[in-house]
Design a protein around this ligand. Sequence first.
Ligand code: FES
Ligand code: FES
Length: 163
Amino acid sequence: MGKQHYQITVNGEAKDILAEPRELLIHTLREQLNITGPHVGCETSHCGACTVDIDGRSIKACTVFTAQVAGKEITTVEGLGEPGKLHILQEMFKEHHGLQCGYCTPGMITRAHRLLQEIPNPTEEEVRFGIAGNLCRCTGYQNIVKSILAAAAVMNASQEAAE
Ligand code: FES
Ligand code: FES
């Protein structure tokens, strides 16, 4: 079967994609749309470097065909902050040294973003379990976990202040 048109929404923008049915979402994002936050680590669903959010769930973009996400809303790390303003998770990763080489970081932050919606006030154990599908070769996870817990604390405090 040849290329076909698919409509997907990425970071709030509708995109018309021409792709073969076998094209993986990670390749559509990086090569067609130039959205290079999601990284290719293993392409075998192990590392989580390619993690994106699809309709409110963390999904590894090397495990789905673009054809399967037609009509769905996809959020990548590029869609988390605002122009000129980092998301609080990005701020906390910066402040608490939650990254070294940075290769896992876009997937890790995108997963953490969804995790904090699933569990707004997680324990350390819940954070560690929640990011178990994302591998980091550099940090030993200590500072990643610290960054996510710090972001949760800031988000909860600002939520309480708003109430
Ligand atoms: S590149 Fe997708 S899980 Fe590793
Ligand atoms: S910061 Fe290098 S792989 Fe995580």
